[in-house]
Design a binder for this molecule. Structure first.
Ligand code: EPZ
Length: 426
């Protein structure tokens, strides 16, 4: 198993380009199944991530040719030969659930296994199923698999009980080829929802309202090929912003969309960090780090749950007491146990974590439980006194491209390899 070994204390300095957003790429790759022309879809600004390659393997298992060259994806038209998403690949990545909408719209049938919960919560899919049912899909279970069929999806009036990102995306994709008009209320408003709308419309769909509470989709007969550049990853950008802040460095991120970073920028400023943005860059410099009384995660444009663990590391070094309330997922504090090994003073009570700022984190051997908790432990290692050894790096590679290379470029003392080799470098 690969590890990262980090010698803490270096201030990060320099400039870093932010690449395409994982949480845009995955639904847009699924949506490319809807292409009914004889020509390829080209996706640009695609990061080299494990999750992207898992989605690539899933599309290939359905009979679609997918090539990844120089940061672009070339996806052949949908001559789909198979409607069953391989069980192993479903288990590797929950977001394969995004294939239900496109496969029902394109083929009228789909077979998937229940996407397991993961270490951040149970993560049910009831809102996906309820919405697709209202469009005419029929669901049944056999031996732990979910089967669905729909001779022709029809437009419907849907109200989501919760603004679920995945359910919004699945239903948007299904409605794009449905018969008639679909209205979806209480939808997610994340930038990745707007990106998916823009991609579908580039293929000839008629989707309106992404970024607001209500989506209106007029089903069309056929969608075409297109070339599309996905938006930059706001969560990766936020992670490196916090890395700069926690090491007391000065970093400029380029090719970002500052408007997507407002939640994190506001909280960093509240914590005393200097942040300045231009049209497509953001600059972070250290300040007098101070506690943030309350940080509550919530659906966009609130503070993103995917930056909660990284922010917790920063606040563990801030003068005073902070409180983080995780309102999106019910079990997203698994990183606290690991941070305590590094001397952090954090007490969890239900969905709230109470953080007492300390002088210094101490290097330790820690284990990653999920993607964003892993990123948080790397940030902790960058700031800690001494050596931190991080196990389970594969989790991080799901959402960060070559994290150790990017951090080395900014001056961090971090290497990757099997544990026995790494200790040689100590
Ligand atoms: C997306 O997950 C992201 N993943 C997550 O990022 C992100 O944390 C999450 O949205 C919230 O912003 C991708 O886009 C691939 P949800 P998703 O449906 O769609 C409940 C990362 O680190 N819910 O908005 O699964 C659910 O249990 C990942 O990049 C239902 O109850 O999130 C959760 O409590 C982690 N029923 C809440 O809604 C449903 O049918 C938010 O889930 C669906 C969701």
């Amino acid at each position: 198993m690969e590890h990262l070994i980090i010698e803490g204390g270096n201030k990060l300095k320099g400039t870093l380009k932010i690449k395409g957003a994982k949480n845009s790429v995955l639904p847009i790759m699924a949506a490319s199944l809807l292409n009914g022309s004889g020509k390829d879809v080209i996706l640009e600004n695609i990061p080299d991530l494990i999750d992207m390659h898992v989605m690539r393997k899933i599309l290939q298992s359905l009979g679609i040719t997918v090539h990844y060259v120089n940061g672009n994806l070339r996806i052949a038209p949908g001559n789909i030969r198979n409607y069953a998403v391989p069980d192993q690949l479903m288990r590797e990545m929950r977001s394969s659930i995004f294939l239900m909408g496109p496969l029902l719209a394109k083929l009228g049938k789909v077979k998937i296994s229940y996407p397991g919960g993961c270490s951040i919560g149970h993560r049910p899919i009831d809102l996906h199923l309820k919405g697709l049912e209202s469009m005419g899909a029929k669901f049944w279970e056999e031996k732990g698999f979910i089967f669905a069929s729909a001779t022709q999806l029809t437009g419907a009036e849907i109200h989501l009980d919760y603004p679920s990102v995945g359910a919004t995306e699945n239903l948007m994709m299904a409605a794009a080829l449905a018969n008639g008009k679909t209205t979806i209320n209480n939808v997610a408003k994340e930038p990745e929802i707007v990106d998916l709308q823009n991609f579908l419309n580039a293929m000839g769909a008629e989707v309106r309202g992404a970024g607001t509470e209500t989506l209106k989709i007029e089903g069309v007969e056929r969608l075409e090929d297109c070339t599309y550049r996905v938006i930059p990853d706001r969560i990766v950008a936020g992670t490196y912003m916090i890395a700069a802040a926690i090491t007391g460095g000065e970093v400029i991120l380029t090719e970002v969309i500052p408007a997507h970073l407002e939640g994190i920028i506001a909280k960093l400023r509240e914590a005393g960090i200097f942040v300045e943005s231009t049209e497509d860059t953001v600059k972070i410099a250290c300040g007098n780090l101070k506690a943030v009384k309350t940080l509550r995660t919530s659906p966009y444009p609130g503070f993103p749950t995917d930056l909660q663990s990284q922010m917790m590391v920063l606040l563990s070094l801030a003068r005073g007491e902070s409180m983080i309330e995780e309102s999106v997922f019910e079990a997203r504090f698994k990183h606290v146990v690991e941070l305590k090994k590094m001397n952090a003073s954090i007490m969890v009570e239900g969905c709230r974590a109470h953080i007492k700022g300390i002088e210094k984190l101490r290097g330790a051997e820690v284990e990653i439980t999920d993607l964003r908790a892993g990123a948080a432990l790397v940030l902790a290692g960058l700031a800690a006194e001494g050596t931190t050894i991080v196990a389970g790096v594969k989790h991080i590679d799901r959402g960060y491209e070559k994290i150790e290379k990017e951090l080395q470029l900014l001056g961090a003392n971090i290497i990757r390899g099997p544990r026995e080799n790494l200790l040689y470098f100590c």
